[in-house]
Design a protein around this ligand. Structure first.
Ligand SMILES: Cc1ncc(C[n+]2csc(CCOP(=O)(O)OP(=O)(O)O)c2C)c(N)n1
Ligand SMILES: [Mg+2]
Length: 288
């Protein structure tokens, strides 16, 4: 159920290349969606693509797209629910629903709302969008696994600006109180939130120290290096008896030069010409 989607016996370089290609496909697919809707959150879609590719295609998450509510599955919660373009592209590519459905992003009556809805779309564990809720839900899910004696794990992907929501820190205290080693928080540390850089808005540093002072085992990782991510994800928990926080250093808009590290691309959407330029830079094709 958590087999890598590539040839496991391939050399490390080839595996990394395969995952990079998958992440770039997720990027272009998400941009095709935000171009279609002329709405969306392109910058954060692009920063999280490698993390999603490694979780879903690197054999990290135990899941079964044929049985999305398989009780023993790992739970992945996209707490930064505004980055639904990348998330839906990942779920469709992994087989949770047909790729053609991506064409309906944000259309009236579409199941692909701007923010994920677990009652509409297979593979979505929690309704997110209002920031600061994914981790509290994830803590509850991890605690439920513990109480039932089940071995499934919980992964929560948050934004860095999102951590300004106090609910995250209440949830963190609870996670450490219960020693939820089956819980991993991944912070998409792209250093930009809505409108500006995080450090100009509400300073997030020293972020690693903050998480460790809340009782998490913490590691920092290059969020665009598939093998470094894979290495971290396949050796969890970082410390027995503690929840894990992985701070993934990323670039908002990664892979598309005109969008990289620009606050305006938080909810910037590409024109047709920009989409064509992105396809060339990313070196992938989206045919759905
Ligand atoms: C509670 C709440 N307040 C405000 C918003 C509007 N909003 C959507 S995305 C965003 C910024 C998020 O920044 P960050 O967490 O850094 O996400 P990323 O950079 O990964 O896109 C804001 C303020 C929201 N979705 N929820
Ligand atoms: Mg951010």
């Amino acid at each position: 159920m958590n087999q890598p989607q590539y040839d496991e016996h391939a050399a490390a370089g080839e595996r990394a290349e395969w995952l990079r290609h998958k992440a770039n496909w997720i990027r272009l697919s998400a941009m095709t969606m935000t171009n279609h809707a002329q709405l969306g959150h392109t910058g954060g879609d692009l920063s999280s693509a490698d993390i999603l590719a490694v979780l879903y295609f690197g054999g990290v998450l135990r899941l079964d797209p044929e049985h999305p509510r398989w009780p023993q599955r790992d739970r992945f919660i996209l707490s930064k629910g505004h980055c639904s373009g990348a998330f839906y592209s990942t779920l469709a590519a992994r087989g949770f629903f047909p790729l053609e459905q991506l064409k309906t992003f944000m259309d009236p009556l579409s199941m692909l709302n701007g923010h994920p809805d677990r009652n509409k779309l297979p593979g979505v564990e929690a309704n997110t969008g209002p920031l600061g809720h994914g981790l509290p839900i994830g803590v509850g899910a991890a605690l439920a696994a513990r109480m039932r004696g089940e071995s499934w794990r919980v992964f929560v992907l948050t934004g860095d600006g999102e951590l300004q929501e106090g609910s995250n820190w209440e949830a963190a205290m609870t996670a450490q109180h219960y020693g939820l080693e089956n819980l991993t928080v991944i912070v998409d540390r792209n250093r930009i939130q809505q409108g500006d850089f995080t450090e100009n808005t509400i300073r997030m540093e020293p972020l690693a120290e903050r998480w460790s002072s809340f009782g998490f085992a913490v590691a920092e990782v290059d969020g665009h290096d598939p093998l470094a991510l894979l290495e971290r994800f396949t050796h969890l928990p970082l410390q027995p008896g503690k929840p894990t926080c992985l701070i993934a250093h990323t670039i908002k808009g990664k892979g598309v030069s005109f969008a990289e590290n620009k606050p305006a691309w938080h909810h910037g959407v590409p024109t047709r010409e920009q989409l064509a330029a992105a396809a060339i830079e990313l070196g992938v094709e989206v045919t759905w």
